[in-house]
Ligand binder design. Structure first.
Ligand SMILES: NC(=O)c1ccc[n+]([C@@H]2O[C@H](COP(=O)([O-])OP(=O)(O)OC[C@H]3O[C@@H](n4cnc5c(N)ncnc54)[C@H](O)[C@@H]3O)[C@@H](O)[C@H]2O)c1
Length: 276
């Protein structure tokens, strides 16, 4: 992979939420590109085991790190262990997040705060501590996995949308403050994608069909769709993209006009009223 267009070989990459549905795919794709992958997760045993698997499969150096991204002591220890092993950090991918279903009126305040803690505070803490290293290097790339729900409220999901909207702004602020130090900070906004977390939604074919209809591309996303965007934004190929938000959602966010009903259906209506 030394000659790959992405040029990720030998880059040191930290992926938080590294053993989750999306994180595992990101880690594997970075490793396949020859990057040195740090699998960082609350589930430290799984992270260590997965890092070992990637090392064996792709022949790259890896590290598994147990880290609660909301705890300063954990994050500082994680960053120190990466520096000790690899001496630098080229890329941070913030993926570790949680979602709690509930109507707002029933949501416990502790649940709201927990979501803010992991999804927003955790993203900030990781970015700040890794950012301090990148500032010294005068180079670095941050990719924050957000969601299209940062733009449209994900109803009955507590603080999820609110925290992710915060992530988008946090990323812009990091870009604005740290661009001068050679650091770029961008968000990826996925929508429908099958992961172990979302698998139950797709067990019902009607739900799957309904979701496909809401997208311009008329399909559900694959993990590769999201990972491709993450790797591109992480790489030097996107060097002049800073403070950006890349939607990876099959055009879900541009479909409001198309969803507005017209008599007989929008396409049919246009065909019947087409005056040449
Ligand atoms: N799955 C989807 O359909 C979807 C859609 C849009 C956006 N997203 C976003 O993608 C990201 C990944 O989602 P996923 O489906 O892989 O979720 P997931 O639940 O499968 O994985 C999340 C991982 O984060 C880890 N984690 C949770 N809290 C942590 C903490 N405090 N410190 C460290 N690690 C912690 C978990 O152990 C888990 O491995 C999230 O940011 C999510 O908001 C997901």
């Amino acid at each position: 992979m030394k000659d790959s267009w992405l040029g990720l070989a030998d880059k040191v990459v930290i992926v938080t939420g590294g053993v989750g549905g999306m994180g595992t795919r990101f880690c594997a794709d970075f490793a396949q590109q020859g990057a040195k992958v740090v699998v960082c997760d609350l589930n430290g045993d799984k992270a260590t085991q997965y890092a070992q698997e990637l090392q064996t499969k792709y022949g790259v150096e890896t590290l598994g790190v147990s880290c609660n991204t909301t705890k300063e002591v954990d994050v500082d220890a994680a960053v120190a262990s990466v520096i000790e092993k690899f001496g630098r950090i080229d890329i941070l991918v913030n993926t570790a997040a949680i979602l709690k279903f509930s109507p707002l009126e029933d949501l416990g305040f502790d649940e709201w705060k927990q979501t803010v803690d992991v999804n927003l505070n955790g993203y900030f803490l990781m970015s700040q501590r890794v950012g301090q290293v990148m500032i010294k290097q005068n180079k670095g790339s941050m990719v924050h996995v957000s969601t299209i729900a940062s733009r449209f409220p994900e109803t009955y999901s507590g603080a999820y949308s609110t925290t992710k909207a915060g992530v988008n702004m946090m990323s812009r602020q990091m870009a604005a403050e740290w661009g001068q130090f050679g650091i770029k900070s961008n968000c990826v906004l996925p929508c429908f994608v099958k992961t172990p977390l979302s698998a139950p939604f797709y067990a019902d074919p009607e739900v799957e069909q309904g979701r496909k209809r809401l997208t311009a591309s008329k399909r559900i996303g694959d993990l590769s769709d999201i990972s491709n965007a993450v790797l591109f934004l992480a790489s030097d190929r996107s060097d002049y993209t800073n403070g950006g938000e890349v939607t990876v959602e099959g055009g879900f966010g541009i479909m409001m006009g198309d969803m507005t009903p017209k008599p007989g259906g929008r396409r049919q209506y246009a065909i019947e009223h087409h005056q040449k």
